[in-house]
Design a protein around this ligand. Structure first.
Ligand code: ATP
Length: 248
């Protein structure tokens, strides 16, 4: 089987504030058209890995001090985040970060700003978002700050879709959501992957749900990948069952 890897992270080290070594040599590959999960407990380094990829560490005084990150073979770690978006990589941050005073639809439209597309094309993309998230269509004129946590997560993913990405980095989509909503959101991610071909790398503490929807998983512990494999194999692995699946 030949798989094209869109994203390759090779042995990266990340240091915060010049002294705190948080990632101690993380490597991973994200194949085109797949859903890849980055798993592990609180503080394992999942968010740091995603931020290293999308070059969002600077504002937190973090720095990639070793290793390299390539997208379609090209070194991307020196690009500013908006250039990475133009290359097709977008991150949906943990905690959703909606513009609370804007409506749902205005929030979605902010996702299209890097593209400079015509109104017609933007309308088409909005329709696509509303097809996958009918709830957002119903709520499109509501102020985002007054929508539920689940709806805000949908807005965050929808806004990412508006940039016409190829690869979506999703940080902890299940955070703070009731189990039924988590299922719903993962179900939508799966359909977006299957019907539209988006590639996903998602960081998730909820190993149980992530390994049901992802194709491949990496388990991080204390800044290192301690195990990786096809999701199905990880689900059946006795150590994963004991240490991770029991928890969630
Ligand atoms: P969570 O699910 O809690 O987000 P995580 O696996 O995503 O966990 P990270 O947020 O990447 O973990 O954090 C990894 C480690 O880096 C933690 O020990 C954390 O305290 C530390 N860390 C994160 N951000 C900073 C920062 N800005 N400055 C210093 N240390 C940080």
């Amino acid at each position: 089987q030949t798989e094209e890897n869109l994203l390759e992270v090779n042995n990266i080290e990340v240091i915060y504030n010049h002294v705190i070594l948080v990632l101690k040599g993380v490597s991973l590959s994200v194949p085109k058209g797949g859903i890849t999960a980055l798993l592990g407990g609180n503080g394992a380094g999942k968010t740091t890995t995603l931020k290293a990829i999308s070059n969002l560490l600077k504002s937190e005084r973090g720095e990639v001090t070793k290793g390299n990150i390539r997208y379609r073979g090209e070194r991307v770690q020196d690009l500013v985040p908006s250039d990475l978006v133009k290359k097709g990589v977008i991150q949906v941050m943990e905690g959703r970060h909606c513009f609370e005073h804007l409506t749902v639809e205005e929030n979605l439209l902010t996702g299209a700003y890097t593209r400079g597309s015509s109104r017609g094309e933007i309308e088409k993309d909005l329709d696509l978002v509303y097809t996958y998230f009918p709830r957002l269509k119903e709520r499109r004129r509501s102020q985002a700050g007054y929508t539920s946590g689940g709806e805000q997560q949908m807005v965050a993913i929808g806004r990412a879709l508006m940039s016409r990405p190829e690869t979506i980095l999703l940080d902890e989509p299940s955070m703070g959501l009731a189990p039924q909503l988590v299922e719903q959101i993962f179900g939508i991610v799966k359909s977006l992957n299957e019907d539209q071909g988006y590639t996903f790398l998602l960081a998730e503490q909820n190993t149980n749900v992530a390994l049901r929807f992802a194709h491949y998983g990496y388990i991080l512990e204390n800044g290192r990948v301690v195990m990786d494999g096809p999701a199905k194999e990880l689900r059946e692995n006795p150590d994963v069952k004991e240490f991770y699946l029991g928890m969630s």
